[in-house]
Design a protein around this ligand. Sequence first.
Ligand SMILES: [Zn+2]
Ligand SMILES: [Zn+2]
Length: 386
Amino acid sequence: MAEKKDYYELLGVSRDASKDDIKRAFRRLARKYHPDINHEEGAEEMFKEINKAHEVLTDDRQRSIYDRYGEAGLEGNPGAGGGGFTVEGDLGDIFGGFGFGDLFGGGGHRQRRNGPRAGSDLELQVTISLEEAASGCTREIEYQRNVVCDDCKGTGSHDGAAPAECPVCHGTGQVRRQVNSIFGTTVQVSPCTRCGGEGTVISDPCHTCRGKKRVRISERKSVDIPAGIDNEQHMRISGGGDEGINGGPAGDLYVTVLLREHGRFARRGSDLYTETEISFSAAALGCKIEVPTIYGAGEILEIKPGTQPDEVYEMKGQGMPQLRTGIKGSMYVCVKIAVPKSLSDEQREALMAYSKAMGEELEPAPRKETITDKLFGKKTGKRKKK
Ligand SMILES: [Zn+2]
Ligand SMILES: [Zn+2]
């Protein structure tokens, strides 16, 4: 008889995993086995099982019952002393169908708890500039992860000897107890406390990992961040998380990319928005100006004669690249007209001549508008009515 899989093993989390860890593991598996995505035989059952495991382990009350009595405790009613505390089922078959047999040590019931356990996923953040996001970049990262202890090859034993069978549960990882009550005799099953449900004990623990089978190390990796990545997008580095126990698969590393704000460019999707300032005469006469781009080199933008304040020019291909296609968006340049704060005599004369040509009548020295000016409509440095 194949025994039911442990909920923790099912989700690939440790027994002391936090709710967040459980939720994250669930989401990862749900994406993989969702019936809409995965049409393989058995995927739907797997999806149901991980759903059940997630439901139980994220509910404090159900989780504590499960930890003490296993799945049977949830089906029966331990509070009333009734219910059948038997462990049966065919989850092992489902795993077999998926080729999970090797990973989880399916088959022999002895391996139920001593089987491979997947390592946890890990997360970390890196902050990059908009320029780096535009062109792509490589980042050195350093983080802590659990890896299989090299000295004991992950056995946890000092001399490399295989762990001994637990003398209390004889390798089953469970302790069965007959309970007599007014409802009759039932069998309670709980994890063995001597071996923590593993079924084996380490008589002489490895000096390096102290029998934990893994050690914590500082890992360095260089991560290629693709051009076009946006704020809060993450990259999955397969196998970059904690290594598993008893040959279980390693978790993944999720690197979340954060973009620093840019002083000159604002980003919306693959488009960039920026401003440039030109003089009144440049706007009126038209000109060519050089506009800085996110790629470093300035690009020439042709300003049409008669350009108005806040007019927007589109520069195609100067935006951010799309992550998958690499196709670059546009850079939108908003034109600001600069009004000089002071003038040289020559500039003043030229402007006066221009004003005269426009049919304006300006007083020689601009002064502040007074109440009487407003009342009687006297023009001071303003355009005359046509
Ligand atoms: Zn035991
Ligand atoms: Zn060791």
